[in-house]
Design a protein around this ligand. Structure first.
Ligand code: ZN
Length: 318
């Protein structure tokens, strides 16, 4: 068995080994990654049998959610109007508000879902994102995460279940994975079940850091997106395509949504600092340049994070 075989496309030749260290917590443990010469997916070579050490209790994903503040009736109405506008349903208050406020959930596209859509969030942690959706008017929300200590039941029926994707049976209109897919050891298993859980007209949103991007080529083992050993796979458009081939799913659109942290945090790692070191080591000009460059990279599809919109192949009108 070739230890350098790509676990996505099977390619065994020309794959490069990269030595990386755990840097987010400052542990410094050493790990080997492989970059596939064919699909460009970067992957952790040997997944540790016990990852507990790398997800300490204070790890942000499992924090008790800071509750998004409850809105009074009027503000709730305004927020719903704004979101309705961005979901493609015209209403005068939402239209006017959109001149002042950005889309609070830019990964929700026009005419795709509404407040009654059945939404599943996978790898949801304590459910902060779902709570935020619930407090914005969405009514039908479920989250799953096998690593929470027990089920969490919030107000108005919002449930976070301690379950693996294979233990869920319902069908959903909208399935989201917000920076959780890269932490999962068996992407083929996840894709197979996503296809099973999706309604024929539904949409899957996978938001992940991506390989073969500008920040990866610039910073290599210091790139913050690598996050050894928590990120098992850094996919590319090509490796996602390969994962979906042989299923009834296809990529509908890829939107790059990287930000200045790709520079700020990677620069800190290069200088031997931890992620939480203060930003005052950068000048205001540098910070502005990082923001501008991130926007430019997103436009040229070279940002280090992307949002994959995935649908069923057999969808009518396509
Ligand atoms: Zn590959």
């Amino acid at each position: 068995m070739n230890g350098r075989r790509c676990r996505i496309c099977g390619n065994e030749t020309g794959n490069e080994i990269i030595i990386a260290r755990e840097r987010q917590l400052g542990l410094g443990d050493v790990f080997e990654y492989i970059e596939c010469s064919n699909c460009k997916c970067i992957q952790l070579k040997d997944i540790p049998s016990n990852m507990d050490k790398y997800y300490p209790p204070e790890y942000y994903a499992f924090d008790e959610p800071r509750f998004p503040s409850k809105l009074n009736r009027f503000n709730f109405f305004l927020k719903k109007s704004l979101i309705n506008h961005y979901m493609g349903y015209f209403n005068p208050p939402g239209f006017l508000l959109s001149f002042i406020f950005d889309h609070p959930f830019p990964w929700i596209r026009k005419r795709e879902i509404n407040f009654n859509s059945k939404i599943l969030d996978i790898g949801t942690g304590a459910g902060r994102k779902l709570l935020s959706l619930q407090r914005s008017g969405f009514r039908n929300l479920t989250g799953i995460d096998p690593y929470i200590s027990s089920d969490l039941i919030y107000e108005k029926g919002l449930k976070i279940l301690k379950k693996d994707i294979s233990e869920i049976d319902d069908k959903y209109d909208f399935i989201t994975l917000h920076h959780s897919f890269e932490h999962m050891p068996d992407p083929q298993h996840v894709i197979k079940h996503l296809s099973r859980l999706l309604n024929p007209e539904g949409v899957i949103v996978i938001r992940i850091p991506v390989g073969d991007c500008h920040a990866w080529h610039k910073y290599r083992e210091f790139w913050v997106g690598l996050d050894a050993p928590r990120h098992f796979f850094l996919h590319t458009a090509k490796s996602i395509e390969i994962l979906l081939s042989g299923t009834d799913l296809k990529t509908d659109e890829i939107v790059f949504d990287s930000g200045p942290l790709q520079f700020i945090r990677s620069e800190k790692y290069m200088r031997g600092l931890t992620m939480s070191a203060p930003d005052d080591i950068f000048t205001l000009e540098e910070l502005k340049r990082y923001r501008d460059e991130s926007e430019m990279l997103n436009r040229s599809k070279q940002g280090d994070m992307a949002c994959f919109f995935i649908k069923k192949k057999s969808e009518p009108n396509n």
